[in-house]
Design a protein around this ligand. Structure first.
Ligand code: PLP
Length: 378
């Protein structure tokens, strides 16, 4: 699609392009090495070796070797559904869920409520942090599971997962963290944090859509989400998507080795964007956050209307997570943080291919578009 006009993509938190190196690593498994990794013959076993290599790469990238295992899924949503709905926890026990979570987590928590569990929300500070003290105030010894995301997908706040895990464990509860938005911005270390389950999604870090994994610490009781064959050690039925697993292994290795570079590139772009912006108030200025996500409130301009106008003008961004893009209400995370005029917020997110020049050019379009929308009301 080419309209002749420059299009600036500032929506990397919605999805990223697949890296050329990632495509190259996966390509043989679509063609010459297409075989089923569950087949007992030589060609199947070669495919199986590629899957096991990818698993080992994924485990290394999160420092999980010796601590647990990873199981390939069709992305973040499946891994979240699996973790929350299939972990073996006592019927009727309490599940604590942060108010910053993605729809996939809140919807699963709602389902668990329907199944007779008590679901309790832990609120963030106005700076978007779930503190150990806040968790202490809602957890009890009947709590079996705590769900707090590692990096928030709307404002980029990084949660103190290690400390939160300590609180969860001190009450005998398991800790699950959705790390889908974290891979490009913070190192993941399940051995250090001690989390019981963690999920990632490939399309957020330059691997294909429909790839992801769930990490499960050894000893955590988890039933399969999908019943069928005995793939993935009997944990996840269905023929393993070999190209997706290989791509995920390559992409997460690259991300883990280059976190600092990805972070610096995104920061340079976000800084250039902010210094060229002559309108709006960034949410949480000065609060330590992931550098690739920036939400801005434009007082007097509806965020949804602005995002549409920006798309027409050539800047692609969003008002919240891509999964709820059609929603008329502002992202729940912003409401939970008590952000004023949350309905006037727009999220810009930057990637390793965003240059400061393109971020500046996009900011100038934002300035013009906001001014036009405000003037059109006068
Ligand atoms: N969790 C977070 C924080 C996300 O941002 C997303 C995707 O937007 C998901 C989960 C869902 O992941 P997937 O798109 O792989 O299903």
């Amino acid at each position: 699609m080419s309209s002749g006009k420059n299009i600036y993509y500032l929506d990397y938190a919605a999805t990223t392009p697949v890296d050329a190196e990632v495509i190259a690593s996966a390509l043989p498994y679509f063609g010459s090495s297409f075989h089923n990794p569950a087949s007992a013959h030589l060609l199947g076993q070669m495919a199986s070796m590629a899957v096991e290599h990818a698993r080992s790469q994924c485990l290394s990238a999160i420092n999980g070797k010796g601590a647990g295992n990873v199981y390939f899924t069709s992305g973040g949503t499946e891994a979240i559904n699996w973790a929350i709905k299939c972990v073996r926890i006592p019927q009727g026990s309490r599940i604590v869920v942060s108010a910053l979570e993605h729809d996939a987590v809140t919807a699963c928590a709602e389902r668990m409520k329907q199944r007779g569990y008590e679901v309790v929300t832990v609120m963030p500070t106005k700076d978007g942090i779930i503190t150990p003290e806040a968790l202490e105030s809602v957890i009890d010894d009947n709590t079996s599971l705590v769900c707090v995301m590692t990096v928030n997908n709307i404002v980029g706040t990084v949660q103190p997962i290690k400390e939160l895990t300590e609180v969860a464990h001190s009450h005998g509860a398991l800790m699950f963290t959705d790390a889908v938005q974290a891979v490009n911005s913070v190192p993941l270390d399940v051995s250090d944090t001690g989390v019981d389950m963690l999920c990632v999604s490939g399309h957020k870090f330059y691997a294909p859509k429909g790839s992801g994994f769930l990490y499960v610490r050894s000893g955590v009781g988890l039933d399969p989400l999908l019943d069928g064959g005995s793939q993935e050690n009997g944990y996840r039925a269905g023929t393993v998507d070999v190209p997706a697993a290989v791509a995920l292994g390559t992409a997460i290795t690259r991300a883990a080795q280059n976190t600092e570079l990805y972070r610096r590139t995104a920061k340079a772009a976000a800084d250039a964007f902010l210094s060229a912006l002559d309108c709006g108030s960034p949410i949480l200025p000065g609060v330590p956050r992931a550098d690739d996500i920036l939400s801005v409130v434009f007082d007097g301009v509806n965020g949804g209307r602005l995002a549409v106008a920006l798309s027409v003008a050539g800047v692609c961004c969003s008002v919240g997570s891509a999964c709820s893009a059609g929603s008329a209400t502002p992202p729940p995370a912003l409401l939970a943080m008590g952000i004023e005029n949350a309905d006037c917020a727009v999220r810009f997110s930057f990637g390793k291919n965003t240059t400061p020049q393109s971020a500046t050019a996009a900011a100038l379009i934002v300035n013009e578009t906001v001014a036009k929308l405000i003037n059109s009301k006068l």
